[in-house]
Design a binder for this molecule. Structure first.
Ligand code: PEP
Ligand code: MN
Length: 355
């Protein structure tokens, strides 16, 4: 579906747009205290969760509609715009009633088309910015589908929030960034603002800055970060929150590069890009040659009744390519992934022949 978006922040400024505030609104004093300190850090919008989707029952599930009054006080006393998470039509109605400036749909809601549609129906004919977080699973179509449902309700001020994807097992991240997904979203919808939620990607403080910098290097339009005046004692997501001062420092230290560059820089780049194009063509030709050879081997194996997978041979290829990669200064992990994929594809071609 073709979509034409408007800027949900209502102002055109140089990137990045900054949304910050606690994971959860806890008390009126906590919310106001954080907002006042963040006001001094020049943020564009204040966030706080009122209804909290928690993994386990019994964890702090948010203060509920009461917190909307606190957000309204934040608006009155700091002039900041305020946003909170909605997961159903009742939340939407409460937020509209209390004059909340923007809504976001959480990752656990974007996965469920019924819920997103419920929210979209409640928003029919309303003009309020809506930010759609990626679903918890790495499914770009589902993310786009969620955005389309909101768009079809007539909302044009939409942004996407990249908060990473859930995966099994221990990783460096709480939610893997899987950058290809937001990159592809941006490729398909160039005028859709994409905000990076480094807090829920990292799950911890020490790598927040690195992830934010990657997002800026990838031309993301903004950041949503969880900030708390007493992070260690936050009622939810304590390990990933930072103080307003530390956050201000993080933002000031980000290197923001130009999106396009001057005409001269563009032309320098296009020379380099055309060299890349030549190499990419060559890569494709080489892969095609390799598959043809694999098929020839497949025909030979078939004629002589030899099995497709020869573990010793495959192991040799892997070890040899890793050693060569290391000598060339290429990432061993990357070459390993690449060769596994190429090998799998060769097997697929041979299986076609064996049939
Ligand atoms: C949040 O922003 O506090 C939140 C619950 O995030 P997510 O939906 O990304 O888990
Ligand atoms: Mn959180």
């Amino acid at each position: 579906m073709e979509m034409k978006f408007e800027n949900p922040f209502g102002v055109d400024k140089k990137r990045p747009y900054i949304i910050a505030g606690p994971c959860s609104a806890e008390t009126e004093q906590q919310v106001l205290g954080i907002a006042k300190e963040l006001k001094d850090q020049n943020i564009d919008m204040f966030r706080a969760g009122i209804w909290k989707p928690r993994t386990k029952p019994g964890s702090f599930e948010g203060v509920g509609a009461l917190g909307l009054k606190w957000l309204r006080r934040v608006k009155e006393e700091t002039g900041l715009k305020v946003t909170t998470e909605v997961a159903n039509r009742v939340h939407v109605d409460e937020c509209l009633y209390h004059g909340i400036d923007a809504l976001w749909i959480g990752a656990r809601t974007t996965v469920n088309p019924f819920s997103v549609q419920d929210i979209a129906d409640a928003l029919q004919g309303v003009d309020i910015p809506v930010m759609v977080k990626n679903p918890i699973n790495a499914d770009l179509k589902l993310w786009i589908g969620g955005i389309e449902r909101i768009y079809k309700a007539g909302i044009r001020k939409i942004a996407a929030i990249h908060r990473g994807f859930s995966s099994f097992g221990e990783t460096n991240y709480r939610n893997a960034p899987t950058w290809q997904i937001p990159i592809e979203l941006k490729r398909q919808f160039p005028d859709l603002l994409v905000i990076n939620d480094n807090s829920h990607i990292c799950g911890r403080r020490d790598i927040l800055k690195d992830v934010a910098q990657v997002a800026m290097d990838l031309n993301f339009d903004g950041l949503m970060t969880e900030v708390h005046t007493d992070p260690d004692n936050a009622w939810s997501d304590a390990a990933q929150q930072i103080t307003p001062k530390v956050f201000g420092q993080l933002v000031r230290e980000l290197v923001i590069r130009e999106k396009g560059g001057s005409t001269e820089e563009q032309s320098d780049l296009s020379v380099l890009r055309s060299k890349i194009d030549v190499l990419d063509d060559e890569l494709l030709r080489i892969l095609d040659d390799r598959m043809k050879l694999a098929e020839e081997i497949g025909r030979y194996k078939k004629a002589h009744n030899i099995s497709i997978l020869q573990p010793d041979r495959w192991n040799q290829i892997l070890v040899k390519s890793e050693k060569k990669a290391e000598n060339l200064g290429l990432s061993v992990e990357f070459i390993n992934t690449l060769f596994r994929s190429v090998h799998q594809e060769s097997i697929n071609h041979q299986e076609e022949i064996m049939k």
